[in-house]
Ligand binder design. Structure first.
Ligand code: NDP
Length: 275
């Protein structure tokens, strides 16, 4: 039976997450693309990921990560499956369940192995800490950190259950932090809670890597610098954008596709250059 890798990508509707989906799908990976709502998933309907082989499928799933921990207690998440048959893209409703074995495997006479999780969903901060509401603080931590931790746990449990017979590169988690979360990273006013959430995911990833190594699961964390032109940067007030640009002026510009190819290299254990 043919076997194909499956990746879960959060933040898949736009920006960096979207570029990661394009990269992975162009290599034949089946992508489970997570966005916050059915509405935001419509962008994936209009410009679907690549199809490299006839048994490749993609699934767009809606989970509002800001509702953590409520979303972790839900049994299923609505979405749609995209397939490519006879040169045409087809779409049908589907329901993601982390507990349903058949969601992940055995379709079209092939076996699908969950191999990669990319935690890329993120929200940014647009005010100084003193002017940030408790709702905004909760959203920042729920999306950027707590949901990523729950995703890592759900992914690891599923992989451990099926790992015995996996082929190819070892299962892998890639968390997207930020240069603002690095200990020696730039300090930009107006990003305090965002930067703290990114520092948290960076530290978490280091320890998680040690915990999961004996179980054969790799964990990597990428800390990109400013990626100009993404929605996240456009949402910032002009002053913060200017400060960020000044901070990053001397660094080589990074693009979403640079980060996407880095994720693909990590997945393939080709870990030469870092961002
Ligand atoms: P964008 O703002 O372009 O996209 C954010 C993504 O996160 C969207 O797919 C969005 O989904 C998803 N998301 C936001 N809130 C939720 C939620 N409540 N539930 C589910 N999904 C949600 O961001 P970027 O592509 O620029 O950034 C991606 C990641 O990279 C982030 O983690 C960011 O912190 C990090 N990063 C970005 C940098 C940059 O310069 N842009 C630099 C360094 C790191 P939806 O469309 O449904 O809202």
């Amino acid at each position: 039976m043919a076997r194909f890798p499956v990746a879960i990508i959060t933040g898949a509707t736009r920006g960096i997450g979207r570029a990661i989906v394009q990269e992975l799908s162009s290599h034949g990976v089946c992508c489970v693309m997570i966005g916050s709502s059915m509405e935001s998933l419509q962008s994936l309907e209009m410009a679907p990921p690549h199809f490299k082989h006839s048994q490749q499928w993609h699934r767009a799933i809606s989970i509002d990560l800001a509702t953590w921990p409520r979303w972790t207690e839900m049994s299923g998440f609505p979405g749609f499956e995209i397939t490519h048959v006879d040169g045409k893209v087809h779409q049908e409703p589907t329901l993601l369940s982390f507990h349903d074995y058949s969601f992940w495997r055995d379709k079209h006479n092939a076996q699908y192995d969950l191999k990669l999780l990319v935690n890329c969903a993120g929200v940014t901060q647009t005010t100084a800490s003193i002017r940030t509401s408790t709702e905004k603080m909760q959203q920042l931590l729920n999306v950027n950190f707590m949901s990523a931790v729950s995703m890592c746990n759900m992914f690891s449990r599923r992989v451990i259950r099926t790992k015995k017979d996996l082929e190819g590169p070892a299962p892998c988690i890639v968390n997207i932090s930020s240069i603002l979360g690095q200990h020696q990273g730039p300090i930009v006013a107006g990003t305090s809670i965002y930067s703290a959430s990114k520092a948290a995911i960076l530290s978490y990833s280091k320890v998680l890597g040690v915990e999961l190594a004996p179980l054969g699961i790799r964990v990597e964390c990428i800390c990109p610098g400013l990626v100009p032109g993404t929605d996240m940067i456009k949402q910032l007030d002009p002053d913060t954008q200017k400060k960020l640009q000044t901070n990053f002026e001397l660094r080589q510009p990074i693009t979403s596709s640079n980060i996407a190819s880095r994720v693909w290299r990590i997945f393939n254990n080709d870990n030469q250059n870092s961002i």
